[in-house]
Design a protein around this ligand. Structure first.
Ligand SMILES: C[S@@+](CC[C@H](N)C(=O)[O-])C[C@H]1O[C@@H](n2cnc3c(N)ncnc32)[C@H](O)[C@@H]1O
Length: 346
C-alpha cells in the first residue's frame, strides 16, 4: 500500500494519456514563440498579450491563447495585471542568451517533429523515418528547404559554442597552425577555437549550400576562416595540424562513419608525408555518447531522423569505428558539456 510519503509530487506524476498526446501542440507553440521572438520581447519587461500582438503583427486573440498555453507549460509567468514575462527556466529561448537554444527549439519542434510522422515506420522496420515522412534524407531535405537549413545551421551553432569553449581550453593548440573541421556546419565551433587562439587558421568543410550561406554571412571579412564545400565522405584536404569531427559520426551508420574517418586518415597521412619534419597531425573526435538507459529518447530520435543503421554510439562502438579506420586512440576525455573527446593519430 502506498504511504503518504511515497505519493508522487505533481512534478513527478506522469502525464495522462491525453496530456502526453497533446505535448506535440505545446512543442509547436514553443517553436512559434521562438520564431516570433516572444522570449526576447518579454525577457526584461512583462507585457500584455495586446502589446505583444502589436509588436509581432499577430492576431491578438490567438496570441493571447498561445501565451496562456505556454504559461501553463512554465515558459511565461503571468503577473497580477495579466502581463507575460519570460520565466527563469526559459531564458535560453532568448536569441541573445549566452546558451541560447532558440533555433534548437525551432528545429526540434518543426523539421524533426515533421520527420517523427515516420516513427511508426521506424518502429516497424528499424529504418530511418525521415524518408517515409518527408520523401528524402535529412540533408537532401535541408538542401531543398533553405529556411529549414538556415534554422538547422543556427541550431548547430548554438549547440557548438559551449563545446568550442571547453575544447579551446585543452592543451595542444600552441603547436597547431591549421585546424580543419570536417562537417563543421556554419563554422561556430571553429570560430570559437579561432577566437581563443589568435594564431590559428581554420577550414570548415561542409555541403555547398551550408558553406555558401556561411561565407555570405561572414561577408568575406575573415581571412583566418575559410568555408570549403566538400563531400566529407571522400574529400578531406591535407595540410591540417588539427582535424576535427564534432557531432557528426553519431548521425551516420558504421559504414558511412568509416568512410569519413578513412578520408580524414588519408589527409593526415598525406600531410605527414609531405613534410617529414612537421609534428604529426592529430584528429579530435568530439561526440555525445549513448551509454545510459535514459539516453533512449535521444537514441530513438537518431534512428528516426538520421541515416538507416544509425543508433547512437557508446564508447566501445566509437573506439571500434575509429580503429577500423586505422587510427589510434591516444586518449579519451569527458567534457562538462557531456561530449567525449577521442584524441587520435594515424
Ligand atoms: C549534426 S551537424 C554538426 C555540425 C557541426 N560539426 C557542429 O557540431 O556544430 C552535421 C554536419 O554534417 C554536414 N554534412 C552532412 N553530409 C555531408 C557531406 N556529405 N559532406 C559535407 N558535410 C556534410 C551537415 O551539413 C552538417 O553541417
Amino acid at each position: 500500500m502506498r504511504t503518504a510519503s511515497s505519493e508522487p509530487s505533481s512534478s513527478q506524476r506522469p502525464l495522462g494519456p491525453a496530456q502526453l498526446a497533446a505535448s506535440g501542440a505545446f512543442a509547436r507553440a514553443l517553436a512559434v514563440a521562438a520564431r516570433l521572438g516572444l522570449a526576447d520581447l518579454t525577457a526584461t519587461q512583462a507585457r500584455t498579450s495586446a502589446e505583444l500582438a502589436a509588436q509581432t503583427g499577430t492576431d491578438p486573440q490567438t496570441l493571447a491563447l498561445l501565451l496562456r498555453t505556454l504559461a501553463m507549460a512554465g515558459v511565461f509567468d503571468i503577473d497580477d495585471e495579466g502581463r507575460f514575462g519570460l520565466s527563469e527556466a526559459y531564458q535560453p529561448l532568448r536569441g541573445d542568451h549566452p546558451q541560447s537554444q532558440r533555433h534548437v527549439c525551432i528545429l526540434v519542434a518543426e523539421t524533426y517533429d515533421d520527420a517523427f510522422a515516420g516513427l511508426l515506420e521506424t518502429v516497424r522496420s528499424g529504418r530511418s523515418g525521415f524518408r517515409p515522412a518527408l520523401g528524402t534524407s535529412l540533408y537532401d531535405y535541408l538542401a531543398a528547404h533553405p529556411d529549414a537549413e538556415a534554422i538547422f545551421d543556427e541550431a548547430m551553432a548554438e549547440l557548438a559554442r559551449p563545446v568550442a569553449r571547453a575544447i579551446a581550453a585543452r592543451p595542444g593548440f600552441a603547436e597547431a597552425a591549421m585546424a580543419i573541421d570536417i562537417g563543421g556546419g556554419s563554422g561556430a565551433f571553429l570560430r570559437g577555437l579561432l577566437d581563443a587562439h589568435p594564431h590559428l587558421r581554420g577550414i570548415c568543410l561542409d555541403r555547398p549550400s551550408v558553406c555558401a550561406r556561411a561565407a555570405q554571412r561572414a561577408g568575406g571579412g575573415d581571412a583566418r576562416l575559410e568555408f570549403r564545400a566538400a563531400d566529407v565522405f571522400s574529400e578531406v584536404p591535407a595540410g591540417g595540424d588539427l582535424y576535427l569531427v564534432k557531432n557528426v559520426l553519431y548521425d551516420w551508420s558504421f559504414d558511412s562513419g568509416l568512410k569519413l574517418l578513412t578520408a580524414a586518415r588519408a589527409a593526415m597521412a598525406q600531410t605527414a608525408a609531405a613534410e617529414p619534419g612537421r609534428a604529426a597531425p592529430r584528429l579530435l573526435v568530439v561526440e555525445p555518447l549513448f551509454e545510459r538507459e535514459t539516453d533512449a529518447p535521444r537514441a530513438l530520435f537518431q534512428k528516426v531522423i538520421c541515416e538507416d543503421g544509425t543508433r547512437g554510439l557508446d564508447e566501445a562502438q566509437l573506439r571500434r569505428l575509429i580503429e577500423a579506420a586505422r587510427l589510434r586512440v591516444l586518449g579519451v576525455e569527458r567534457l562538462e558539456t557531456g561530449h567525449s573527446v577521442f584524441e587520435c593519430a594515424p
